[in-house]
Design a protein around this ligand. Sequence first.
Ligand SMILES: NC(=O)c1ccc[n+]([C@@H]2O[C@H](COP(=O)([O-])OP(=O)(O)OC[C@H]3O[C@@H](n4cnc5c(N)ncnc54)[C@H](OP(=O)(O)O)[C@@H]3O)[C@@H](O)[C@H]2O)c1
Length: 289
Amino acid sequence: MDNPNGGMGGKTVLITGGTSGIGKASAVALAAMGADVVIVGRNPERGEAALSDIKAQSHSESVELMLADLSVQDEVRRLADEFLERHDRLDVLANNAGLVQSKRTETAGGIETTLAINHLAPFLLTNLLLNRLKENAPSRVITVSSEAQRFGNMDFDDIQSTRKYKGFPVYGMTKLANIMFTYELAERLKGTFVTANCLHPGPVSTNFGKNNGGPMALFFRAAKPFMRTPEQGADTLIWLASSSDVNGVSGEYFSDRKEIEAKEMAYDPAARLRLWEISEELTGLKVAA
Ligand SMILES: NC(=O)c1ccc[n+]([C@@H]2O[C@H](COP(=O)([O-])OP(=O)(O)OC[C@H]3O[C@@H](n4cnc5c(N)ncnc54)[C@H](OP(=O)(O)O)[C@@H]3O)[C@@H](O)[C@H]2O)c1
């Protein structure tokens, strides 16, 4: 890139889940490259603490915190409204916030929590910010998926897992949804110069899984020595956000900066359309034709 700071000067990047792990490490790197970075957090104290860390580590003051609990759709809508009010450009939207839950819970809006945060929030936020991304094109939508997608089964008749709930397969289903959303979005964005890609960050030692007690927490504790650091885990996200290597590349799933294949269902246009329509229903979103 021509710009010594990585070519992100003058670009605005919005990162959900910027208070911890992969999102926070990405925010540091992109702010250090000169981007104006906006992180989304749900907790004011954790958000402010992350904000000062990111500023200190990136040596940049161009970092801002916006608060929203992404499990609440009204907060996703408020976040989008406030972002659009405060920022006249958006170059990179990184849908990164996510979690796994060993026990089934529902959000205030009565939606299974993993589905709400991991899939419906990025679906809604992206669609609400799409016009701004188009105005600034070329621009990029990046969604953090996972190879857990391989263990996910998408049961359209029970997408909220009311009949059967197991934490890891449900998480895998939402990560498959991230890929299906990305592929469908990329198709819909053809000709707009807005790209949509997703990624697997590898196994990364973060706060991920720590919200769960029992065997899941034990698993993450035992796996820690074999996992990547957040900085290593953020590499592909940072590359997708900043590199000219992926100019114009859209509708791909990456790991370690290489395209990888998703589970078969992700390549089924009818399944992707069904997921899109269910997501529109569950978010009350009507996309203008
Ligand atoms: N770690 C791995 O091995 C791994 C592997 C594959 C994929 N991933 C994916 O990587 C992404 C980032 O995870 P991570 O490993 O960096 O985990 P993490 O350290 O737990 O970070 C998750 C982030 O999401 C935020 N978040 C969770 N629920 C939220 C909500 N309701 N509203 C707003 N923000 C919320 C968290 O905010 P708080 O700080 O408030 O909790 C945190 O900033 C996730 O999508 C995950 O599925 C991770």
